[in-house]
Design a binder for this molecule. Sequence first.
Ligand code: S3P
Length: 178
Amino acid sequence: MSKVINLKNIVLIGMSGAGKTVVGQYISNKLNMEFLDTDDIILQKTGKTIKDIFEKFGEEYFRQLESQVILENCLEGNKVISTGGGAILKDINRKALKENGILYFLKGTIETLISNIQSSPSWENHRPLLNKGSLYDNMQNMIRDRYKLYEESADYIIDIDNKSINEIGDEIIFIFKQ
Ligand code: S3P
């Protein structure tokens, strides 16, 4: 009988523009682990863009969907999970993600995050908290409000500045395999 290897989840946390989705996909391909993106699951479940959900039902409704997706999908191991930037704001989400996962905070400077965001063509549909007013100011406020929480929630902090997707992914794989 083949042995079932039960691995913990690799959970990527951090701000918009940190590359959680692309790095998660890279890791999932390399380790042959299932990949989940909490925002994508919300999109599939509702058939709506995140911008639409925020506009029609408000942020709290989105946060409820996000918690539901995390509780339904993230408790088993063996997955690579890319979370939305605000997923760690709720206690219940942090607890569920930590239950069977190792959390890696992709940490970058505001310049790196903004440059990554702006290189994705339809970023506004996905980031209603950032698309009104100055992107720089919105990002700066979010970094101020959230970085401590990301750092406290993380098992590992991964510096993403001036690194390629492969370099970031390989660094996480190296730590995960220890
Ligand atoms: C959010 C980040 C977004 C998305 C939603 C809210 C946030 O995900 O979940 O717009 O609160 O930071 P990304 O981190 O993939 O941009």
